[in-house]
Design a protein. Structure first.
Length: 266
């Protein structure tokens, strides 16, 4: 089956090359034509055939020219007449060459089918673009510049390079002093120091925080005296409670009537 899609995976490429059918193998055995044949036939490349004259362009046997002796589609190789090597046992064998390493110098067109293919490709080839005539304008020769006489300059001894002066330090602008009034008098340093001391208030020593003193524990005698003082106050309160008159409950009127009936009946 003919491959329609291009494949980038090298594993698939090798697989397709190995499993390619005969009609695709024939196309893969194409070789470029020499510049002279390209001009005469109008074809850039064609599949090689037995009887074509080719020239080796790359590889160990570069420059060898000869006719194709055999085309091996199974191994993708061709053999040339006269291109042989000697084996260890003394026998001569043909050297296999890949068709991409050769250039076709002469085509064998005794086959009518091949001749028809060449003619068809020539018709399908795009026409060569006509080269536009370019006007050549002769350039005027440039005038030679007059060479000025070179004046000899007096030799001047160069002075040693002086060191660059260091930049001056930046001056700090002082704030303007307050204007003196007429009444104010200049005060000398020792007098000013004493005046400041007089003005400053004297610092008083910080008062120590007062700590709460703990009362000494009461003795046994004091406890007994305190109990005696508390006892009469409790007695007074109890007496007052006793002296209060108790409320007498009044019997309901019904009960009184019932009691009087009982007395009358007896």
């Amino acid at each position: 089956m003919q491959a329609t899609k291009r494949v980038k995976d090298p594993r698939k490429q090798r697989k397709r090359l190995y499993n390619a059918p005969a009609h695709l193998r024939h196309k893969l055995m194409a070789a470029p034509l020499s510049p002279e044949l390209v001009k005469s036939k109008g074809v850039k490349s064609l599949p090689v055939r037995k009887g074509d004259t080719v020239r080796v362009v790359r590889g160990d046997h570069i420059g060898f020219e000869g006719k194709i002796n055999k085309v091996d589609l199974k191994r993708y190789r061709i053999t040339l007449e006269g291109l042989t090597r000697e084996k260890v046992d003394g026998t001569n064998i043909f050297v296999a060459v890949h068709p991409s390493k050769v250039v076709i110098r002469n085509l064998k067109l005794d086959d009518k089918w091949r001749k028809a293919i060449v003619d068809l490709k020539k018709e399908q080839a795009p026409p060569e673009k006509e080269k536009k005539a370019v006007k050549v304008v002769a350039k005027r020769p440039k005038k030679a510049k007059e060479e000025k006489p070179v004046e000899e300059k007096a030799v001047v001894q160069e002075k040693p390079a002086e060191k660059a002066p260091k930049p001056a330090p930046k001056r700090v602008q002082k704030k303007p002093a307050a204007k003196k009034t007429k009444e104010e008098t200049p005060v000398t340093k020792p007098e000013a120091a004493t005046a400041v001391k007089e003005k400053l208030p004297e610092k008083k020593p910080a008062a120590k925080p007062k700590t709460a003193r703990k009362k000494p524990a009461a003795t046994k005698k004091e406890k007994v005296v305190a109990k005696k003082k508390m006892e009469p106050a409790a007695e007074k309160g109890s007496l007052k409670k006793e002296t209060k008159p108790k409320a007498v409950k009044k019997a309901p009127a019904k009960r009184k009537a019932a009691a009087s009936k009982k007395e009358g009946g007896k």
